[in-house]
Design a protein around this ligand. Structure first.
Ligand code: ADP
Ligand code: MG
Length: 301
């Protein structure tokens, strides 16, 4: 197959591993920088161009779109979908998953366990908002943050009020969440492909930190999931419409809670912690599921 990886940098670990795994299985792998792609929207036949030339038809496309370029990256992916190329994850599902609040609303509709979460825009509503999530300590999150940036633990009610007022003053969208203390600064990253968790790791925050992100100094180890954790992760990915997803769970006193669903989960941490060839499993999944002109949305939505 001719497979495109939409990625800004072919030297990133995840991109390199996908190229290696694809080539090992005899596929023609191309890395395309989405910001170098431009599109003819009006043509009868949708086209994508790069450096003055039209791109050839691809059988499948693997989107690895960074959070900072979600808008443009999703537009490029949608154009591939319109051209009939099979996307590993569809553009609509990626756009959905990038908004933490929208994601939680979709997950709650399916009865998936979530930390109690509140959302408000007016300063007058702050006291009730804090009560709604059970008071301090609580977590305040910017809706479009990643890698732990924009996630704050407010230990007291006063601190929570100040941070919320500051975010409101900046017109930033944020949500307020019950703090799952018993998780002990750890979360579970479940790597879902299709209807299976194919690898999982526990990420532990460094001492004095509650955010377990590897980018914030967290460390990762292999973990064995309970059946409830597995089924929650698979259901969460399915609800978001993602074939491949990194589902992050918190272990709470009342079962697994979904914190977020990542549409471009990194491979380095999970392959290192689990010693599994995740890249090869992604390529195998594409081999099984990709058929030209078989995208579900064909770029709609
Ligand atoms: P990001 O998208 O920036 O990674 P997350 O929502 O995943 O944001 O939060 C970052 C980290 O903070 C999580 O990995 C987890 O360790 C911790 N965390 C987030 N929300 C909670 C919560 N409600 N209770 C306890 N810890 C949390
Ligand atoms: Mg996270």
């Amino acid at each position: 197959m001719r497979i495109a990886i939409i990625s800004r940098n072919k030297n990133l670990y995840s991109t390199r591993r996908l190229i290696e795994a694809g080539e090992a299985k005899g596929h023609e792998m191309h890395v395309l920088d989405p910001l170098r792609c431009y599109m003819n929207i009006n043509a009868k036949e949708p086209e994508i161009h790069m450096r003055g030339k039209e791109l050839p038809q691809f059988d499948a496309v693997i989107p690895r779109i960074g959070a900072s370029i979600t808008f443009y990256g999703a537009a490029v992916l949608r154009q591939f979908e319109m051209m009939g190329t099979y996307p590993l994850n569809e553009s609509v599902a990626i756009s959905r998953s990038r908004d933490k609040l929208r994601s939680l609303q979709l997950l709650s509709r399916k009865g998936i366990g979530l930390p109690v979460t509140g959302f408000a825009s007016k300063p007058n509503d702050i006291p009730d908002l804090i009560d709604m999530v059970g008071g301090a300590p609580l977590v305040i999150k910017l809706l479009e943050g990643t890698q732990g940036i924009g996630v704050v633990l407010a230990e007291t009610r006063k601190a929570a009020e100040s941070v919320i007022e500051a975010f409101m003053g900046l017109n930033a969208h944020f949500m307020v969440q019950e703090y799952i203390k018993e998780a002990g600064g750890a979360d579970l990253r479940c790597f879902v492909i299709g209807d299976k968790v194919i690898a999982a790791m526990k990420r532990q925050a460094k001492p004095g930190e509650f955010r377990s992100n590897l980018h914030r100094g967290g460390s990762a180890t292999l973990v064995k999931l309970s059946p409830a954790e597995r089924s929650t992760a698979v259901k969460a990915a399915k609800t978001m419409g993602l074939n491949v997803a990194g589902v992050d769970l918190l272990r709470s006193n009342h079962g697994p809670l979904v914190m977020e669903v990542n549409s471009s989960p990194g491979l380095e941490g999970i392959e290192t912690a689990t010693e599994k060839d995740v890249a090869a499993q992604i390529i195998s999944f594409i081999e099984k599921t990709a058929q030209l002109h078989k995208t579900r949305t064909k770029g709609r939505g």
